[in-house]
Design a protein around this ligand. Structure first.
Ligand SMILES: Cc1cc2nc3c(=O)[nH]c(=O)nc-3n(C[C@H](O)[C@H](O)[C@H](O)COP(=O)(O)O)c2cc1C
Length: 398
């Protein structure tokens, strides 16, 4: 008997129903968002060699599965910095999140809370520390860039502590802005300015344009009213970062930060074993191996390739997060098997937000959660603590 599929009238549900993975969500976001906006999210620095390497390096790692191990009940939960995670993932900070959806950071923070995962708010967020804290009862981390004006940093960090953010993430790979050539070619500014290209793009993407025009203006919500500029006047991100962030930041400043923040500190942007050792020496609780999703130094190593050597060197002194290129739950299983405590992902939830708003983020987190459970079962483990290096096949070791 021929049965017809029920017709889905809700357009978001219709879009998401067939989105099987992050790649599908990326394709939907590409269709829905103006080209300049999509390329701001999708693009990387220069030739995008590192951007591609981040994902390809995961693909080059295989599994060495075990069978008949009684994995009836898989439990992907773990802890990170002493607190629970429903599976080993933290939502990475992304600047200017409202460019994809008017709710922006609020939508992502709510979805992370529902999924039992920490959400990291960017210093360059377009919803403020207080607004995000008001909508989430979950774990919140605050990502901090160091402005030349240290008073401003101290004030933001204090606001984050007061609002209940538990962990401070110091991003150290952005002393100057990487050259994201897609943004240069589009003349992309934050917020987008209305040139002839934007007008054409806007007409071709009416639903994005309609919500962008109706929503309150997008600003760097954490610095509204400050002298450093809150993004109300269109500026390229490169100009903003190169004039506002302090390139003289060094390991000595970690003392200052320790004095300003009493909770755990994560250094995000470690790209070598030597720097991982220095991070252990200064005593931070965790590091995120990261090249900013391939948006900064083109030619930087893929984070997944650093996990095993860094775990060998300092795995007993701090926790390791692998950030960059995560597109599947199996990527998370590989990173944890090699010695990471968890992964961070940025574009996975940003594409999902562009594809289906807050429901899109729920959708991608459900996919990743299910992926992790299924992969664990198929490699033959029931708990995260059983994920060990002998379960993965590195390119050099089949
Ligand atoms: C559009 C976009 C904006 C980002 N903004 C920030 C930011 O404000 N602060 C930060 O530390 N990292 C930022 N990142 C980097 C992410 O936190 C993360 O390191 C990166 O996305 C990981 O790579 P993935 O996208 O392959 O998961 C951004 C990444 C993207 C894609």
């Amino acid at each position: 008997m021929l049965r017809f599929e029920p017709i889905e009238l809700d357009p978001v549900a219709r879009r998401l129903r067939r989105a099987a993975d992050v790649g599908d969500l990326r394709r939907i976001a590409k269709r829905r968002l103006p080209r300049g906006v999509f390329d701001y999210i999708d693009g990387g620095a220069e030739d995008e060699v590192t951007l591609r390497a981040n994902t390809i390096s995961f693909r080059r790692i295989g599994f060495r599965p075990r069978v008949l191990r009684g994995v009836g009940g898989v439990d992907p939960s773990t802890t990170l910095l002493g607190e629970p995670l429903s599976f080993p993932l933290v939502l990475a900070p992304t600047g200017f999140t409202r460019i994809a959806d008017p709710d922006g950071e609020l939508a992502v923070a709510r979805a992370a809370d529902r999924a039992g995962l920490p959400y990291t708010l960017s210093t360059l967020g377009t919803r403020s520390i207080e607004e995000v804290a008001a909508v989430s009862a979950g774990r919140l981390w605050f990502q901090c860039y160091v402005w030349r004006d240290r008073g401003l940093v101290k004030e933001m960090v204090d606001r984050a502590a007061t609002a209940g953010f538990e962990t401070l993430v110091l991003t150290v790979d952005t002393v100057v802005q990487g050259r994201r050539e897609r943004d240069v070619r589009h003349g992309f500014t934050l917020p987008p300015t209305i040139g002839i290209d934007t007008l054409v793009d806007g007409v071709l993407h009416p639903s994005w344009t309609w919500s962008f025009v109706r929503a309150e203006p997008i600003k760097f919500a954490n610095v509204v009213g400050k002298e450093v500029g809150d993004g109300s006047d269109p500026i390229s991100l490169a100009d903003y970062i190169n004039t506002q962030f302090d390139p003289s930041l060094s390991w000595r400043d970690l003392d200052w930060l320790r004095g300003a923040w009493s909770g755990p500190i994560v250094i995000k942007g470690i790209q070598s074993v030597d720097d991982a050792k220095l991070a252990a020496e200064v005593g931070v609780e965790a590091i995120a191996l990261s090249n900013h999703g391939g948006r900064q130094l083109d030619g930087a190593p893929a984070p997944i390739d650093l996990v095993a050597p860094v775990a060998d060197a300092v795995g007993d002194q701090l926790e390791i997060i692998c950030d960059g290129g995560v597109r599947r739950g199996s990527d998370i299983v590989k990173a944890v098997s090699l010695g990471a405590r968890a992964c961070m992902a940025g574009r996975a939830h940003f594409y999902a937000l562009g594809a289906g708003g807050e429901r899109g983020v729920d959708h991608v987190l459900r996919i990743l959660d299910a992926d992790v459970r299924r992969t664990m079962a198929l490699v033959g483990v029931g708990t995260v603590s059983e994920l060990t290096p002998d379960l993965v096949a590195l390119p050099s070791r089949p």
